[in-house]
Design a binder for this molecule. Structure first.
Ligand code: COA
Length: 450
């Protein structure tokens, strides 16, 4: 099955488009109209003549032109005549936003829905989902108003989420953090299209570099193992419903049988997926894959810092994440000793102390990049000190031939956020905390070095 239409459809019908601002069917049309989607939009509602200035159609069959994607948001009680019309129209793909199926024990209607679309060979996402957001084409079926949920900029992270609310809240955070997205899919009950189809699709998707996956249960465990084994891109996964209580919640959320968490963890390990426990780690790790494209040669990490405490915390994180500590070569030692003030500590961490200037950072980073005994760098640039000219440091870093993984840490508040953006703009992954930076680096390095 091809899933292209879900992200590239040139025409969309919203069936259940509502006249009433704030209602789901209204918001979907509004987001499509105002969010930058450039294809044709056909609102469908037998009780309306126009919605948001667009002509409204009494049924899908009243639309004369071909429609590629149908988004269904009428109540479950009246869905089947709508589904029949959608099939008759021969659309290429369908998203069913509507709730009221497997998640409330209504297996009969869910199976009927799945059977109808399977028979018609029309791929269907949902029911009980938000659908998709494509940051490149701006195809957006999320019913969260853009003024309440910012969409992330176009980039290379794709996110498959069984939960719509969790996924979309993360999308909002990711947008605020400046992460770049390719595709987001909330697939709900997975009556037809499931995580296996989506993983397979995104692995081949040119815009996707790293895949994030939030699952509560698997549609087909055996197939998941087969697909996950052959996926070449990094996949960062969170399994919801670890605890007995969480497992019960998953059942009433998307009707998923959450299963033994140990079995899932084993499966993720066997297939090379990167399992994390919380959402912050998921995006922290995705971010490093989004930004870096250098192949590490080993696990020897050199820490650079202008703050002693940060150096120590970073050291602990390096040890906890099973990375190795680099030992600077004799040549690097000599260069640094000659050019740094005597108060600096030339070791690991390499502490260039609180009055470090941009020049000190530039010297430290460039020396370590050249050192054959260093494989990767964690650079703590604490932005609060008055002596670092961050424009100068960022410009110099941008000109360097960075052939090793480098992650930055800029802990702090408002000013630090501005500094972070400067370093992010030159293509480096920047983190708030050393532990996040090191965890992400460890995941990145481990994928290349067994
Ligand atoms: N074809 C098209 N539109 C139709 C229709 C038909 N056959 N019959 C009625 N409509 C119109 C209605 O007139 C209404 O428009 P109006 O507000 O202008 O009158 C619109 O479709 C919506 O119908 P309504 O009965 O008002 O439903 P609703 O908007 O209150 O709820 C859902 C519909 C799908 C949003 C709701 O049933 C639902 O499932 N909500 C939960 C969704 C969810 O959480 N999904 C999972 C997210 S992770």
């Amino acid at each position: 099955m091809t899933l292209d239409t879900f992200f590239q459809a040139k025409s969309i019908a919203v069936i259940g488009a509502s006249r009433e601002p704030g209602k789901i069917g209204h918001t979907i049309v509004k987001n499509l109209v105002s969010g930058g989607y450039t294809g044709k939009i056909y609102p469908v509602n037998p009780n309306a003549t126009d919605i948001l200035g667009r002509k409204c159609y009494p049924s899908l069959s009243a639309v004369q032109e071909p429609v590629e994607l149908a988004v269904i948001c009428v109540p479950a009680a009246i869905i089947f005549p709508v589904v029949k019309n959608v099939i008759k129209k021969k659309v290429n793909a369908v998203i069913v936003i509507t709730s009221g199926f497997k998640e409330i024990g209504n297996h009969r209607d869910e199976m009927k829905l799945a059977r109808m679309f399977k028979k018609a060979k029309i791929p269907c996402i949902g029911p009980n989902c938000l659908g998709v957001f494509d940051a490149h084409t701006k195809l957006d079926t999320l019913f969260l108003p853009i003024e309440r949920l910012k969409r992330p900029q176009a980039g290379t992270i794709s996110f498959i989420s069984q939960s719509g609310a969790l996924g979309s809240a993360m999308l909002d955070l990711a947008a605020a953090a400046g992460l770049g997205f390719a595709k987001f899919v909330s697939y709900g009950n997975a009556a037809d299209v499931n995580e296996n189809h989506l993983l397979d699709y995104l692995d081949a998707d040119e815009q996707t570099r790293v895949i994030c996956l939030y699952i509560e249960g698997l549609a087909d465990g055996k197939e998941f193992m087969r697909v996950a084994r052959k996926v070449r891109k990094p996949v960062v996964v969170i399994k919801g419903g670890h605890s007995a209580q969480g497992s019960k919640a998953a059942l009433s959320h998307t009707g998923s049988i959450a299963g033994e968490s140990g079995i899932y963890s084993g499966a993720f390990k066997q297939t090379g997926l990167i399992e994390v426990d919380d959402l912050e780690d998921m995006f922290g790790i995705a971010h490093v894959f989004e930004k870096l494209a250098v192949t590490p040669r080993g696990k020897r990490v050199q820490i650079i810092t202008n703050g002693g405490g940060h150096g120590i915390v970073t050291t602990d994180a390096v040890a906890a994440n099973h990375l190795l500590f680099a030992e600077l070569s004799a040549n690097s030692n000599q260069v640094l000793k000659k050019n740094l003030p005597a108060i600096c500590s030339i070791a690991n961490p390499l502490d260039i102390v609180g009055d470090a200037t941009a020049e000190r950072f530039i010297l430290a980073v460039s020396t370590c990049l050249k050192d054959p005994k260093v494989d990767a760098l964690v650079v703590n640039i604490l932005p609060q000190t008055p002596t670092v000219d961050h424009d100068k440091a960022a410009q110099a870093l941008q000109k360097m031939n960075i052939t090793k993984p480098v992650v930055l840490v800029t802990t702090g508040g408002e000013f630090a956020a501005r500094v972070t953006r400067k370093y992010e703009a030159i293509g480096l992954p920047v983190y708030q905390y050393p532990s996040q930076a090191v965890k992400a680096l460890a995941a990145y390095v481990s994928r290349s070095i067994a």
